[in-house]
Design a protein around this ligand. Structure first.
Ligand code: SF4
Length: 372
């Protein structure tokens, strides 16, 4: 068992063992019983059926409250430091599914302040600019403007600040150091930041003037932020936020989390053109054999293949077709070239439409943004 990997909001390294992570983080698996319960609200998303969203905190309680007529609010976000890639879109597409299924409001936070404090190469204006760029990708996914509030921290801080400092007073440095691995070299802004990250969980409660449950769909690497929030929430007279966690989308080079830091050739950005997308998909790491003859004879290995991972995470929502691809790979019926071409066609079909909707989103930003 691989115990060597590292997962924090600021660092993911090594080959992540998601079973170990559940134990390490103390979260709960989304088991068959919970899946059956979720299926009562509408067809299960492929990311639930395939255990990509696989772990949670207090999801049963969120559903209990919902059943009593106490609707939850959704909260997720993005640290705007560059363009959006497909790995970012995955949990947001799932968030949209939650909004559609439960007809609930979403608070979407753009942490321009965080990225400014953590990255030396970015000015605050650049972080803000990326915030507006990234919001186009969020809107392009089709969120309901009447149920979605997007905000930049620096443009909504006046509303949040009284609650931010109440949170900050309850968090001490030793907690931050233990959870995030910070040391004396971290600037004080980054140490303070988690108190800002805490407050969107409470924004709906603040707006309605009563306690409103909050559900956070996110990559499991973001869990540590909200462990702190959960520790202090009840002392601030709010509910602890619940979470639903996703495994991290692998990059085109294999098991490593898709990240802008793994390099531009291994990451498909939402604004890439057709030629670039094709090149990236056709160069992807596969579980193929050294020669066509060998692959026909022995079959490929979809379990280590990034092309198959892309189909599983996002691009082949049909379970039967996915299973067929899997067995065709194993039996040597399909070769990697054909398989990559099929994936490219699906990725490009999605991106072409996404890019069209992204352009359209430029005209409706103000329908989504809230500011002080
Ligand atoms: Fe991967 Fe497809 Fe090749 Fe199998 S045939 S190893 S799934 S690219």
């Amino acid at each position: 068992m691989n115990e060597e990997f590292v997962v924090t909001p600021y660092k993911v390294s090594g080959e992540v063992d998601y079973e170990v992570l559940i134990e390490r983080f103390g979260t709960k698996r989304i088991d068959e019983e919970l899946l059956a319960r979720l299926a009562k609200y509408g067809p299960l998303h492929s990311m639930l059926r395939r255990q990509i969203f696989y772990s949670h905190r207090d999801l049963e309680w969120i559903l209990d409250e919902y059943d009593k007529g106490n609707k939850f609010t959704l909260y997720t976000g993005r640290g705007p430091s560059g363009p959006i890639h497909l790995g970012h879109l995955m949990p947001w597409a799932f968030t949209k599914y939650l909004q559609d299924t439960f007809k609930v409001k979403l608070w979407f936070q753009l942490t321009d302040d965080e990225k400014f404090m953590f990255y030396d190469h970015l000015t605050l204006d650049e972080c803000k600019k990326w915030g507006y760029e990234n919001a186009l990708d969020v809107i392009a996914l089709g969120f309901d403007s009447k149920l979605t509030n997007i905000f930049l921290d620096t443009e909504y801080i006046k509303t949040m600040y009284p609650t931010v400092i109440k949170a900050a007073k309850k968090i001490n440095f030793s907690t931050i150091r233990a959870v995030f691995g910070f040391d004396n070299s971290n600037n004080v802004g980054s140490i303070f930041f988690t108190s800002i990250q805490t407050v969107p969980c409470f924004l709906e409660s603040m707006e309605q003037g009563k306690k409103v449950p909050c559900l956070i769909p996110c990559g499991i690497d973001q869990d540590p932020h909200f462990r702190i929030t959960r520790d202090i929430a009840e002392g601030m007279d709010y509910y602890k936020p619940a979470l639903i966690h996703a495994k991290l989308m692998p990059s085109l080079v294999g098991a490593e989390k898709m990240s802008t830091s793994t390099g531009n050739d291994t990451t498909i950005f939402t604004t890439d053109d057709k030629k670039t997308v094709k090149k990236k998909v056709m160069n992807a790491f596969t579980g193929g054999r050294v020669s066509v003859e060998e692959q026909k004879k022995l079959g490929g290995d979809p379990d280590i293949c990034s092309v198959h991972a892309y189909n599983t995470y996002f691009f082949e929502p049909d379970d039967k077709k996915l299973a067929q691809l899997y067995s065709d790979c194993r039996s040597g019926k399909i070769m990697c070239g054909e398989c990559k071409t099929l994936l490219f066609e699906k990725v490009w079909k999605f991106l072409e439409e996404h890019q069209r909707r992204r352009e359209k989103a430029k005209g409706v930003l103000d329908d989504f943004f809230v500011r002080d």
